[in-house]
Structures are given as structure tokens and as C-alpha cells.
Design a protein around this ligand. Structure first.
Ligand code: ADE
Length: 243
């Protein structure tokens, strides 16, 4: 099955961009996913092909028109395909959401520019606002590339059997442990001895503890959630010690 991606944008020439090379590019050439970049401006109705207008109530910048965007959506987004809008006002993108999207038939992504979208669009169509982080980009296109990259690498047969992704950062609620490779000695620094021990149980324990140390120091938010999930039994459940 082909994962069908549709991107609605004022800059279709930005696609596939980096997704046309390496892992994602090969997967596209192999027919594992497809990408349709739709020019929003093609759905404007006036002779100047206007897509935006000044904000109601005044203020800086321009706002994308709901009527033009709705026409673009209605003409190019297939029923049953989740429709996301890239905006810093959206819900932060997570690996869990990426995984659920990658397991589905595809995704349509609306890319904002200027000050954003006319809010009525979100009332009139089923649209999930998504942010890729707490910073402001000049438009949603880079966010769409990020989201698609994250989805495509999870499609069946794209990463290969060697990396199922199960041990990656976020999959276990922790950041990943550190990696090393040859040379054994580099600029006076050696690879941790345990990794050369051949003792797989010891290596697994070391990696787990490293993942915990790094998560605790770099991402206290993830660490708190991890600890909370571990120590709090689901409500109504009995403690193991009590059994
Ligand atoms: N457009 C502008 N900033 C963005 C962000 N942080 N995430 C998604 N889309 C955006």
C-alpha cells in the first residue's frame, strides 16, 4: 500500500526537497509513498490570484483566506485522509502521533504563511493544528517536511529489519543511550569498557542506565513523565507487592 501525502502550499517547489534523496527518496522511487504538492493559489478566484487579506480588527501582516483554502482542501484532500495544518499554535507533534499517521493511508498537510489562517477554516473543516516546536518558522513547509520525514521512515520496508526503531529516543519514553564505534581510541578517549565485554545483559543494563541519566539531565519533562508512569499504578489496580 502506498502512503499518500498531499501538501497544500504557496511554494510547491519546496517539495519533495530533502525528501527526494536518501531513505525517503528511495522509498518514493520504490512506490512506498507518494507526494502531491498542491498550489493553493490555483484556487483563488480573482484575476490577481489573491490568497490573503488584511487582519480583521487591524494589526500587522496578512491572513490566509478561508474561502480559498477551503476550495483547495475540497478539491485535493481525499475523504478519510487526516488533514493537518502546520502552525506554531498547534499541538506539539509527538512520535506517537507520527506512528499513528504512518500506520494509516496517508496525510494531507496545509502549510501556513504570513500571520496564519482565518480561524473559521478550523470550524468549517476537520483540521488538526500541529506545531513542530516552540519557535516560529517563516511558514509551515519546513514543518511539513519534518512530519513527512518522520512518517516515511516508519513505513514498512523503508528502514530495513536492522532498525525497527523500537530502541529509539521517545519510543520508550526515554532519550536513547549513547553510541560508539571504531577507532577504539580517539584523541585519548576510549570506548566504554562494558561495550567490549560481550556480556549482553551487562550491556543492556548499562544502556538503560545511560538512557535514564541523559533523559533526566536533558529532558526533565520526559523524565518526570517516565517516573510517573512507572510508580503510579493505574487507578483501581493493586500493587504487585500486595499480591
Ligand atoms: N509554522 C510556523 N512555525 C511553525 C511551527 N513551529 N510548527 C509548525 N508550523 C509552523
Amino acid at each position: 500500500m502506498t502512503f499518500a501525502a498531499t501538501v497544500l502550499t504557496l511554494y510547491p517547489e519546496m517539495f519533495p526537497g530533502p525528501l527526494g534523496v536518501s531513505l525517503a527518496g528511495r522509498a518514493m522511487a520504490d512506490g512506498k509513498w507518494s507526494l502531491d504538492a498542491v498550489q493553493i493559489r490555483d484556487f483563488a478566484t480573482d484575476k490577481h490570484r489573491t490568497v490573503d487579506d488584511t487582519p480583521a480588527g487591524g494589526g500587522a501582516g496578512m491572513v490566509l483566506r478561508a474561502d480559498v483554502l477551503a476550495a483547495a482542501i475540497d478539491a485535493s484532500v481525499a475523504p478519510g485522509i487526516p488533514l493537518l495544518a502546520m502552525t506554531p499554535r498547534g499541538k506539539p507533534l509527538t512520535q506517537a502521533r507520527v506512528r499513528s499517521l504512518a500506520a494509516g493511508p496517508g496525510v494531507a498537510i496545509l502549510c501556513g504563511r504570513f500571520e496564519g489562517f482565518d480561524e473559521r477554516l478550523f470550524e468549517a473543516r476537520e483540521i488538526e493544528p500541529v506545531s513542530i516546536g516552540d519557535y516560529v518558522l517563516s511558514g509551515g513547509e519546513v514543518g511539513a517536511l519534518v512530519l513527512l520525514d518522520a512518517c516515511v521512515r516508519l513505513l514498512p520496508g523503508v528502514m530495513g529489519a536492522a532498525s525497527s526503531g523500537d530502541e529509539e529516543s521517545f519510543e520508550s519514553g526515554l532519550l536513547e543511550y549513547p553510541h560508539y564505534t571504531r577507532p577504539q581510541m580517539w584523541e585519548g578517549r576510549s570506548i566504554p569498557e562494558v561495550l567490549r565485554s560481550g556480556d549482553h545483559a551487562k550491556i543492556a543494563a548499562w544502556r538503560k542506565s545511560q538512557a535514564e541519566i541523559i533523559t533526566r539531565s536533558r529532558r526533565p519533562d520526559l523524565w518526570e513523565r517516565h517516573i510517573g508512569a512507572r510508580v503510579q499504578p493505574p487507578s483501581g489496580a493493586r500493587h504487585e507487592e500486595e499480591e
